[in-house]
Design a protein around this ligand. Structure first.
Ligand code: AMP
Length: 328
């Protein structure tokens, strides 16, 4: 089934002279890696085709992968094939000009909230969209080509979306796809240094997080990061949001949440929900969000909503703990 879908996508790529690539807002390592990796595969395999990836908002920590293409006139989009990677819903596509493309294909690994475009290849069980792009390359090599530059983009996507191959979605196929990239050539020393070294000041912020975090009665760890805290530690929204990873290893806390005030006019608060064993995407879906079973995002607009979301998650965790064993 997925083979047929991949074949269809390859046929479409062959059919068009121009391909426009898209990804999601608030981009992350996976959508940047998958989009840049796919671009590289198309460029290397079909040098006569034009491929554009236009998104001027790359997160700072991912800028080492290089800038995207500058904006082009609308005519360039018209008549082109559009491919959107790693984006579950249309509203999250970062470049609204995808609408101008003649045909649109979705390649994604999120739980599908809605269908959009003309053709979808979705594999929810894949822990990263970059892994799907490697599988696509693997299915049609040597016709499809990949070099160490492209392998590094894709490996970055795989590493960041799996927490360095740690999260529960990782399976044999993940490591097989990762192995293909390592065989092509990825300098993991420099990559891990770029992704994971932390500034001294950031460690001070971490210490603050550990002092401020709280736990609900049934074991949901959470932290609320207001604007003052972001200012005090001189943090970008992305840096502040990354704190979610610091709450992931508390024994008994099978769900953890970070609330980050975004400072926008609507007073929106970004919510990052994570869990092990229990699935929390239903909570995110009730608060203007969605995502994966154990990693979702949402948005709330008041402290009351923060409390409500926490109460809902606490109830979910309580029920899970009462009805399951072997969680820790
Ligand atoms: P985040 O905490 O923002 O990294 O989100 C975790 C996962 O949920 C990511 O895979 C996001 O793509 C997805 N996600 C985040 N926010 C939303 C949203 N508003 N709607 C649907 N999916 C989301």
């Amino acid at each position: 089934m997925s083979r047929e879908k991949m074949e269809h996508i390859l046929e479409k790529i062959k059919e068009y002279d121009r391909i426009m690539l898209f990804r999601h807002i608030r981009n992350d390592g996976d959508c940047v890696g998958a989009s840049k990796g796919l671009k590289r595969i198309i460029q290397l395999s079909f040098p006569e085709k034009e491929v554009y990836l236009i998104d001027q908002n790359t997160a700072q920590y991912l800028e080492f992968m290089g800038p995207e293409d500058p904006e082009v006139p609308d005519e360039i989009y018209e008549g082109a094939l559009g491919i959107v990677v790693d984006t579950a819903s249309e509203a999250r596509i970062s470049n609204p000009k995808y609408k101008l493309c003649k045909e649109l294909i979705k390649i994604d690994h999120h739980i599908p909230l809605e269908d959009y475009g003309d053709f979808s290849w979705v594999e929810e069980e894949r822990p990263s969209c970059s892994e799907m792009i490697v599988a696509f390359y693997d299915a049609f090599r040597p016709e499809l080509k990949l070099d160490s530059e492209g392998a590094t983009y894709l490996y970055t996507g795989m590493v960041t979306d799996t927490g360095r191959f740690k999260y529960s979605g990782v399976n044999g196929d993940t490591l097989r796809m990762g192995a293909i990239l390592l065989d092509i050539g990825v300098d993991t020393d420099i990559l891990f240094a770029r992704l994971y070294l932390e500034a001294y000041e950031y460690l001070k912020f971490k210490a603050h997080i550990y002092e401020r975090m709280q736990i609900t009665p049934n074991g949901v760890a959470y932290i609320y990061i207001d604007r003052a805290m972001q200012k005090e530690f001189n943090l970008s929204l992305e840096q502040a949001s990354a704190c979610i990873g610091n709450l992931d290893s508390i024994r008994g806390c099978i769900s953890w949440i970070a609330f980050i005030e975004t400072g926008d006019e609507e007073g929106s608060i970004r919510v990052r929900l994570r869990s092990r064993f229990v699935h929390i995407n239903s909570i995110a879906e009730n608060y203007h969000g969605g995502g994966h079973a154990c990693a979702s995002g949402a948005t709330v607009y008041s402290r009351e909503e923060v409390e409500a979301l926490l109460a809902d998650t606490d109830a979910l965790v309580k029920e899970y703990k009462e009805t399951h064993e072997d969680w820790l």
